[in-house]
Design a protein around this ligand. Structure first.
Ligand SMILES: *Cc1c(COP(=O)(O)O)cnc(C)c1O
Ligand code: SF4
Length: 344
């Protein structure tokens, strides 16, 4: 909480430029968090069939305004809406769909640090996201146990510094860009001091769901670090990549940041060749390399999104016939205990 003196002397009050962190934080504060509002804003009936309001202990609804604006009103099957709308099927237990499908709990090297992949240290930098995606493999992850204050990061930073095989640090989450610039800066300056680190990788869905997070200050941080920044956006549908999102990606691109897209293959959202082809082409248009098409992680509550692997393979084959090689993503799955993703 800001102290009263801080508020009184804030630049907003004195008529100077507004703190850019404050703009996106305000958007977050105004994000949609309940079913009636979500349905109402989209002109959908309040008693829409097959949906539910999460109760306490269930994965809540969270949809920022910018993302909502890209949905088509009146369409209960809108592919953006389906990614955030709780469906009754989530409450059905399906065999084979588990709480920790990717085995995160077994690769913890320090609080907040996962050592899953050779040469890459993955920091769970922030527990929450700007959006709650119903298919998310981390919907049951015990985020409360990860470090929050900077000094709580010391054990993880020590392992990163001691383990010289690490050449890349991956900021993941939740969503790492939910950290404000000041805290990001504090972490990034520590990475700068670790000589064997060469790359900073950011996995974030914020340019897609909360484009106002891509501020000039953020871009400065990502370009001033000694490390080469690789930014992996997570977009699943071409209609996500328009308007303010396209503008944010173009800013990142102009700053010389390498941009990759990792999509998840989702039933009813992007499991047809036209949608996938358009997603890949939109990415290339915006300077984003279509990197991975990810098979859904089998997390409990997400079974209704699953597309059979055989269908996925056929879709990739059809993409290959339509698009240049660089526009065809690698179709992969995350298999617990494997040191890299598994090509399908
Ligand atoms: C797959 C994945 C990685 C590792 O990716 P590679 O490109 O295979 O090195 C890191 N972070 C997240 C969130 C991933 O899904
Ligand atoms: S943004 Fe990523 S981590 Fe966050 S809820 Fe969506 S899929 Fe999960």
């Amino acid at each position: 909480m800001a102290g009263i003196l801080e508020i009184l002397s804030s630049p907003e009050r004195s008529g100077q430029t507004i703190d850019p962190d404050r703009v996106w934080q305000k958007s977050m504060a105004g994000a949609i968090r309940d079913l009636p509002t979500l349905l109402n804003r989209l002109g959908l009936p309040a008693d829409l069939h097959g949906v539910f309001s999460p109760v306490s202990g269930e994965f809540p609804i969270l949809v920022p305004e910018s993302y909502l604006k890209r949905m088509h009103p009146g369409d209960p099957h809108d592919p953006l809406l389906l990614q955030v709308l709780p469906q009754q099927e989530e409450r059905v237990d399906v065999t084979g769909f588990e709480h920790d499908p990717v085995g995160d709990e077994n690769s913890r090297a320090a609080p907040g640090l996962l050592h899953k992949y050779h040469g890459r240290g993955l920091l769970i930098t922030h527990g929450s996201c700007a959006v709650n995606c119903r298919y998310c493999f981390r919907r049951h992850f015990p985020y409360g146990e990860e470090p929050r204050a900077l000094e709580q990061w010391e054990p993880a930073l020590r392992v990163l510094a001691e383990e010289t095989s690490f050449s890349e640090v991956i900021l993941s989450g939740g969503d790492p860009l939910m950290l404000n610039d000041r805290r990001l800066q504090a972490l990034l300056s520590r990475f700068d001091e670790i000589p064997h680190l060469r790359r900073l990788r950011i996995h974030s869905r914020l340019p897609v769901v909360l484009p106002e997070r891509v501020t000039a200050g953020l871009i400065r941080l990502l370009t001033e670090t000694r490390l080469r920044t690789v930014f992996v956006i997570h977009s699943n549908h071409p209609r996500e990549l328009v308007g303010d999102c396209a503008a944010a990606l173009s800013e990142l691109r102009s700053a010389g940041i390498i941009l990759l897209n990792q999509a998840v293959l989702l039933r009813g959202v992007n499991d047809d060749v036209n949608t996938l082809a358009e997603l890949c082409e939109r990415c290339v248009d915006l300077g984003v390399v279509p990197y991975y098409l990810h098979q859904l992680d089998r997390v409990q509550g997400a079974a209704h999104f699953e597309v059979p692997v055989e269908t996925g393979r056929q879709l990739i084959e059809q993409l290959r016939q339509r698009l240049p090689g660089y526009a065809v993503p690698r179709y992969v799955a995350e298999i617990p205990g494997e040191r890299s993703k598994t090509p399908l």
